[in-house]
Design a protein around this ligand. Structure first.
Ligand code: ZN
Length: 458
């Protein structure tokens, strides 16, 4: 679908959103092109719409695409308001053109009113303008050039949910900053937010390539000979070519948080993490929630949280050591008991069962203790080691025998009693190891009944 030849579209570089980034709603324009978008199998999966002009920014300059909606106002001379809203989740740049991706077609010639997702745009502008200011100060104060930057807080195919820390943006520079330098930079930016705000302006010009402006970061598919070169200026602090949308004043950055902790990348380069505007308050809220929960769980004051966690970690280590010690002790006693039982048993059958805190570690330790003795002292034997942990209703079962056949028959006997028994091994004799989950009281009673009847307790 296409309208008459004379209907031209504004090119990227001179879009309404680039000329005035505070137009959020009520901007009227006309649909010029509407083309179906095909997937790999040739099926239409949506439509690309081009408008005469737009206040929806296509991605570029490190700033992600806007989202918003198109309200259909008038269709081809029909003056009755249609009042239909069509969502625009994404806008992309193709050369000098802004393409609005939508799910349903809109006939060229239709008048539409655009509304931008203003909360998202304000957030992007605060991060983006904050980045310009941070880069400018790093350059001016420490002669540190921004190697690259990345905006945080974006949901991607790889990352569908975000943690509070994912909302940090970063700037990559060629060395690490000290904690004092981070404080100095933060103070200086706060001055530009509060005491001496700087005006942010954009200069548009047609580039003739002789004006000495660094155009190396302008995408290759953006034809500068036909397009517009945009330079963003922050007072007399900074001047940089950029196509994104910006705040009008550094005061609108609102607040900035720069972390002293940096990441070292590519040898000695450093990533400096920061966030601006409303994100700072949101981050503070979520950090406070985590801290409050931790404080309550640990029954201590906020500043004592790390110390308390460290102390509990040490206690846990000590408890693990202690448990290990007692397991070894108990395993020795249990294996002695099993030996006596085997000697006293005509059928050469014995079992060990712990129903309260029977861990797999205990069963394996008993196995370790007894396995050498079994080979040396007994020609035939059948041993069942059962560890059950009441609190989590799970357990382990080991079947030990010199015969694979005996193991297999015992495993099927136990399997007939316990619905959720899974295990394997010991096909040629030795050890069969299994796990039981969701054991019912009846199953547990059947198991203990069987063991105490058919096997002699030590
Ligand atoms: Zn910019």
């Amino acid at each position: 679908m296409e309208t008459s030849e004379f209907m031209k579209t504004a090119m990227v570089g001179g879009l309404a959103c680039q000329r005035n980034s505070f137009l959020f709603d009520g901007f009227r324009t006309m649909v010029v092109f509407c083309e179906p978008k095909k997937d790999k199998k040739g099926k239409t999966e949506g439509y690309d719409i081009e408008l005469q002009d737009t206040i929806l920014f296509p991605e570029g300059g490190g700033q992600p695409s806007d989202s918003g909606l198109l309200r259909i106002v008038q269709r081809n001379g029909d003056s009755s308001a249609i009042n239909k809203n069509i969502q625009v989740p994404h806008i992309s740049r193709s050369g000098l053109h802004a393409k609005h991706h939508v799910k349903e077609p809109i006939e060229p010639g239709t008048t539409v009113e655009i509304a931008v997702d203003a909360v998202k745009r304000m957030d992007y502008m605060q991060q983006h303008t904050g980045q310009h200011l941070l880069s400018a100060i790093l350059e001016r104060k420490y002669q540190l050039e921004t190697v690259s930057w990345s905006m945080g807080g974006l949901i991607t195919e790889k990352k569908s949910t975000l943690e509070p820390n994912d909302y940090f943006n970063y700037i990559e520079i060629n060395r690490k900053l000290t904690e004092d330098q981070i404080t100095e930079i933060s103070d200086e930016i706060n001055q530009f937010i509060t005491k001496s705000p700087q005006e942010v302006t954009v200069v548009e010009r047609i580039s003739d390539g002789t004006d000495g402006i660094d155009t190396s970061k302008i995408p290759e598919d953006y034809d500068l000979s036909k397009g517009i070169l945009r330079t963003i200026q922050i007072g007399d602090i900074d001047s940089n070519p950029c196509c994104g949308t910006h705040l009008k004043s550094t005061s609108q950055i609102g607040s900035i948080l720069i972390l002293p902790n940096q990441t070292t990348v590519r040898g000695s380069n450093s990533r400096v993490y920061f966030m601006c505007g409303k994100r700072v308050a949101d981050y503070a809220k979520s950090a406070n929630k985590t801290l409050s929960n931790s404080k309550n769980l640990l029954s201590c004051s906020e500043s004592q949280v790390p110390e308390k966690i460290e102390r509990q970690g040490k206690q846990l280590q000590q408890l693990n050591k202690r448990e290990h010690y007692w397991i070894n002790k108990l395993a020795h006693i249990a294996s002695e008991g099993l030996k006596s039982s085997l000697k006293a048993s005509e059928k050469k059958r014995a079992y060990f069962m712990e129903e309260e805190f029977g861990t797999l570690e205990l069963s394996l330790q008993i196995f370790k203790e007894i396995s050498t003795v079994l080979k040396e002292d007994f020609e035939a034997y059948e041993i069942i080691l059962c560890g059950y942990e009441r609190q989590c209703n799970t357990g382990s079962l080991l079947i030990l025998s010199e015969s694979g056949e005996k193991i297999s028959s015992l495993a099927s006997k136990l399997g007939s009693m316990l619905q959720n028994l899974k295990g394997g091994g010991g096909k040629k004799g030795g050890k069969w190891q299994g796990k039981i989950t969701s054991v019912s009281n009846a199953e547990l009673a059947a198991l203990t009944g069987y063991l105490s009847h058919d096997f002699i307790a030590h």
